[in-house]
Design a protein around this ligand. Sequence first.
Ligand code: GLY
Ligand code: MN
Ligand code: MN
Length: 429
Amino acid sequence: MRYDSISNSLFIKNRNNFISKMKPNTIAILTSNDVKHNNADDVMGFTQNNDLFYLSGIDQEDTILMLYPDAYKEENRAILFVKETNEHIKIWDGEKLTKEQATKISGIDRVEWLHDFETLLQYMAFEADGFYLGHNEHIKRVTKDQETQQDRMIKWCKQKYPLHDCHRAAKITRELRQIKSEEEVKQIQKAADISVESFKRVLKACQPSMMEYELEAELTYNLVKSGATRHAFKPIVASGKNACALHYNTNDNECKDGDMILLDFGVCYANYNSDTTRCFPVNGKFSERQKEVYSSVLHCLKEGSKLLKPGIPHADYEKNMASLVEAELIKLGLLNANDVANQDPKKPLYKKYFMHGTAHHIGLDVHDVGPYRTIEEGMVFTCEPGIYIAEEGIGCRLENDYLITKEGNVNLTEAMPIEINEIESLMNN
Ligand code: GLY
Ligand code: MN
Ligand code: MN
């Protein structure tokens, strides 16, 4: 494993919380993700299913977690199934988890081989009334022709046990996962710390005429060297007008003297993610206009992040952040105050220059799951206002990650340089 092991007390606590929300006499079945194929032969690598990880800590393919809290026999109340290894796997892929290792990671005493899953489930399904099944539910997910391990399990269960009730495990996990425990915040903090060093490396490397992907390489170097698992998402290294395409990530253009770069990247450490955005001038010195736009966005970040506090409805936060950005757009001469006063509230004028939400949960998913209602203590949110002026070739977004506490919030990405003078001095020394 690349990352420091996580205490199994986290997974034990998560399972207890999950179980407390299950209907009586039901079995929860959570499966790992598929190893995805690129093409005919090569694989894209493995990313664990986040709900399975949250409830077990197991970071290996071909894993199933079965929870049956009302089982008559105590030994049947939690069973973890892992793949039994053999000489062939050992020779080609190396070591796989032993039962003892799986117990140590998860805190689950009973570990069985995966090939015994159907037989053991049959025994328990006979006693139970229904299932909780895993599914990668997300408000933004559009599934098209991609049958997942979870889809297959749902289909199989419904076919084999047509008279059992089926429930959504994700409805429980999205409530639980929105509140981060101390151990989880620790992992997000580690991801954030790696991202700080990665950003400084990019600032030092940046020179006019470099390609955007060369800066991406600097990020990747530091990330891998620091023991991070992977980029949290494909990094956005967008110079000049490319920064106005919100999800630009081909990173295949030249960084031109006089342009500003928008760098939006995240680090995944122990399956937990950071997500940060910084902007900086290719030549190490912001132009006057870049400074104006940057200062406006920084003002919105500083003021807007203060609105992330317990008791505030998420939608109110977004509305207030939009008002902050709107005021800056007027100051920058991009919107006219009169026009704004008379605008159709359903089609606010700021949308031309600012078109996205500015606070998503972050955790095991970058855009983490949660019902997005009221902000509560223990949540971790990004804050990411932006202004995009396509006609001027300037796109600016600034993004930090904040832990919500009773007293306000804690910026987990505080150490990442953000003030104009800090950035310029790092680039020029
Ligand atoms: N990079 C995606 C986001 O900031 O939400
Ligand atoms: Mn981002
Ligand atoms: Mn984000």
